[in-house]
Structure formats: C-alpha cells, structure tokens
Design a protein around this ligand. Sequence first.
Ligand code: SF4
Ligand code: SF4
Length: 384
Amino acid sequence: MEHEEILHRCFRCGYCKLPGNYVDINCPAYLAFRFETYSPGGRMWLLRAWLDEKISASERFAEIMFSCATCGNCVEHCAFPEFRDRLLLAFTAGKEALLDAGQVPAPVRDYLTKIQLHGNPYGKSVKKSGQWLDGLDVALFSDQEHLFFIDDVGTYDPRGQEIARSVVTLLQKAGISFGIITDAMNSDGNDVKAMGETALFEDLAEKNIKVLNKLNVKKIITLSPHSLNALKNDYPALGGQYQVFHYTQVLAFAMAGLTFSDKEPEAKIAYHDPCYLGRHNTDYESARMILRSVPGVTLVEMDRNRNNALCCGGGGGNFFTDILSGGDETSARVRVREAVDAGAEILAVACPMCAVMLEDAVKAENLDDRIQVLEVSEIVRQRF
Ligand code: SF4
Ligand code: SF4
C-alpha cells in the first residue's frame, strides 16, 4: 500500500480530530460514532493492523475506512509535520487496497457501479444532463471566455439544480462571458478519487478532458468546490490544463458592478466554509467578500470557521453513501446548532452538497423557524 511507511509513525495523540481550540471534535466520522477507530489516528492503527495481518478485512473495517469525509481537518491539525500532508493520501490508499481486496460497503459499491455505467451517481443519461436549465437562456460553449462546469448534484438533484440556475442568472447579471456543455460531461470524479477508485477516476477525467480539449476550453468556472478541486489539482497530470475558478472567486471581483434594490432585507448570516474550497484549496475569503458587499447583510462567524470549520459530512462520497448519517451528533446537525448559537438567521453555503446536507440537518433539528440555509448566489439574488 502506498504511504504504508507513515502508518507506524502516528503516536495517537489525537490532535488530528480537534480544531485549533482543542475543545470541539472536528472529525465528522469520530463525531458521529465516538470510537477511536473512526478517528484519523485510529484509522492509521487499524490500517497498520490489517497490513500486519493482525486483523482481517471485514465489512465493518471497510465501513470505517469509507466513512472518512475527506474534510482535511486531520491534515490541518495533525501534530506531526513530517507526515501530516500524507494522511489523506494514506487513507485513500487504504480504501484502494480494500477495493482491490473486494471489501467494499454496499452503498460504496452501488455508487461506483452507477458512475461506471452512467458517468454519474444518479444513473441518468449524460445526454440529458442539460435538463437543469429549465427554460434558462444559456449559450452552449463555443468561444466564450469561460466554460461553466456543473457537478453531479447541480445537474441531477432538484435542490442542486435550483442552485445551478441561481449561479447562472448571477453570472449573466454580472456580465461574465460563459457557455455550458449539456450532453457530454461525466462526473468530475473528485469523490471517486477520494474513495480510492483511481482507475475509474482517470477514466472519467480522460473522457471529460477529451471533450474540453476538443472545444479548446481555457478557463473554467465551477459550481462545486469538489469540481474545482478535481479540475484544478488532478486533471493537469492527465492532460487537462485549464485555469479553474470556483464561481465565488469570479463573482467576488464582479460585485462592484451589480446594482441592488433600495429595500434590501436585513439578515445576520454565518458562512459555512466548504472543505474543498477552504482547507483543500485555501480560499476562505471569496465568499465572505461577496457577502460583505451585499447591502443589509451582517456577517457573523461560527466558533469554528476557515481552517477550523466543521465539515457538513458530505465529502468523500458520504453525500451519496450516507455512511455517516443517523444520530443527533452528525456533523451537519452539530453545524446548524453552531450557526444558531452564533446568532445567524441564514447559514450561507457555497457548495450544492453542503446545501442539501445542512438543509436536511435543519429539518432534523426542528430549527426551520430559527435558521434557513441559502447558497451564496441566492442571498445575492434576493437583494436585486
Ligand atoms: S495528530 Fe497525527 S500523530 Fe497524533 S494521532 Fe493524529 S495522525 Fe497520529
Ligand atoms: S479527513 Fe476528516 S473525516 Fe477523514 S479522518 Fe480526517 S478529520 Fe476525519
């Protein structure tokens, strides 16, 4: 297994499951189950025991390994600088080894099979991937400055589709030149890679790169931070060289050109940093810049923010496999309670997966009358 040599160096101090204040629990898997084996250090020791043949590959072991939300908190906070950057790589390698050994939790197997067969985890035809447009007038990509890349959730999930339409309307209002592709793009593959299915990831990426290169795409705006991460950091090694931006990174600089109505609703808003925009790509400010420049908005901060933010629990494929669901200590439920405690009336998100995860959590917590989850673009558009 790749990165095997770092496993024995973990001394189980446990800093990796905490944020900078050492008080809260910031590893979504450990938070949900409270067994040390779900924590980053526990995973290291479990993997080591398996490789040393002290335990065998069981369904339970596989479920623990695939419960990692790839939030990156452990990489940020591991006490050991010598190997912290390789923690997630080791966990991914462990999942790859489990896939090779045929030990795959059923929801993970179903997720990967659907992507293998259809190019997306919803099992829908890629040829119909433009249905989210629902009457919006958007040009197909030809020679515009940017391609707008929509992830699986924005393409096929009803809530994600609303968000995709919201961002499109806003980009148009801001005068940004972009086109879309409606019948040829597969999943970006970000979470497939995080699950250790490297061959499937490369297949998806190479198919997408072939389409993008044929159309001579140079600049890409993504709806999802997960797509940003894959296209920016992983596609170049496979021949896909583009300038890639999350939509908030483009919009932050276009806000000065937007005109707002005189009667803006006042609101206290907390921003939830998505792991793949924040910790994985170190952008904590673009969405905050947008929110600060919206009239009527007072930005409040949750105790855990920026590199200490608590993940919604949807990364690493958990949005689809639901391994982390159930119980009142799921990170999404803890997160919405934290937003209410910060005095927020709106919890702003910049990722379609976070939107769905946190909206479900608001319902589960019966907090509908205290807080609303809105995507950043929706907050801006409400004030025109
Ligand atoms: S902080 Fe690093 S060394 Fe300590 S338990 Fe976590 S992974 Fe191991
Ligand atoms: S990436 Fe996040 S969920 Fe996975 S082990 Fe590290 S802290 Fe826990």
